[in-house]
Design a protein around this ligand. Sequence first.
Ligand SMILES: Cc1ncc(COP(=O)(O)O)c(C=O)c1O
Length: 428
Amino acid sequence: MATGTSLSHVFPLGSRLNERGRLEVGGCDAIELAREFGTPAYVVAEEDLRTRARAFTQAGRDSGHSDLHVVFASKAFPCVAVLRLFAQEGLWCDVASGGELHLALAAGFPAQRTVLHGNAKSEAELRMALRAGVGLIVIDNFDEIDRLARLLPGRAPGAGAEQEVLVRVTPDVQGATHEKISTGQADSKFGFSMGDAAEAFARVEGVEGLSLQGVHAHIGSQLLDLEPFRALAAELSGLGDFPVWDFGGGLGVQYTEHQAAPPPVEDYVAAIVGAANEHGIGADRRLLIEPGRSLSANACVTLYTVESVKQNVSRWVAVDGGMSDNLRPMLYGATYEAHVADRFGGSTRCVVAGKHCESGDVIVRDALLDDPRPGDVLVTPATGAYGFSMANNYNGVTRPPVIFCSDGDARLVLRRETLEDLTARDVS
Ligand SMILES: Cc1ncc(COP(=O)(O)O)c(C=O)c1O
């Protein structure tokens, strides 16, 4: 592949092959990054994250709707440095647990700009949210209404008279995606059925100290078609007239060069605003969208080192990471591409396998690599969503660091886990 050229949209914006034929992310040479920080490592192009955040907020402004807010679904990349960057960009933050709320607050999100989700929020999590003064709690079930009613006296003293809440519904609108990331179907663990929504509204309104602001739905993830989002607005609009409408996240991304590209962010935002207007959700209403992967997935690549190469039926290229840093291929058959970081464009068909004791620990089934050898640095792009967040210590493998790259400067924002970290919680 020609050097000095930019790479496909799967890579972070501004990525290129430098004059030595090496991958460069955020102006940093991938081979030098691997040498300096070790592998596996999550490498994030800082400018890419900022550009995507600005594209969403600009799309909101361009849509003509003056009260649309972009709520980053922190589960996609709950690293404090990532959250801090999005907080600086003026986004809001979706948290799905007390832990994510803790990270969002540590990153500097004002509590008022956080939205608490969860289908099984504990008393402790609700208490924490009330004490912190979160902007919105998204109520998922009747038990939660009762629990909140009991806990309301613990609300932050300066946080206003009432806790604002949304009611989450499952509108039976489905997009074409994997079953495990489809959430809008009627038989879902999330939210109230449409049939129960009216009772949920009434019960919330009956609790002194709760203020029903509107409804929420998230129909699924990795959606490449805008139609389900329009259908969602149509369904929700039938539920009543509310000040706040939260349409969840779900806009898909491109994981490999050969996959279909998602619609542009501007089209996605315009489709939601257009459908909301069309269905009578007025321009004076607050609209929320909760993108996760579309903000962070393509901003990050993972660097690995090849440990061994063997040939049987397939050519197996084993690297120093795998299902402990990217569970998505094993969890829902997600596909990625891989390249040797200083020899792009090979033709040897390989299976890129992880180092874990599971046959299913395969990161890329069908990679075309340039004669990979032990010691080579391998890169998988588009790993900035649900990789870091689902990372684990299977086989006692320590979790990778996160490195921010910008204008040729690399900075460690989260260190690699150490062996001591693995035993740090043992108390006897
Ligand atoms: C409630 C909610 N909002 C937003 C998202 C983000 O989805 P995505 O990363 O597909 O944009 C999710 C993902 O699970 C979700 O459950």
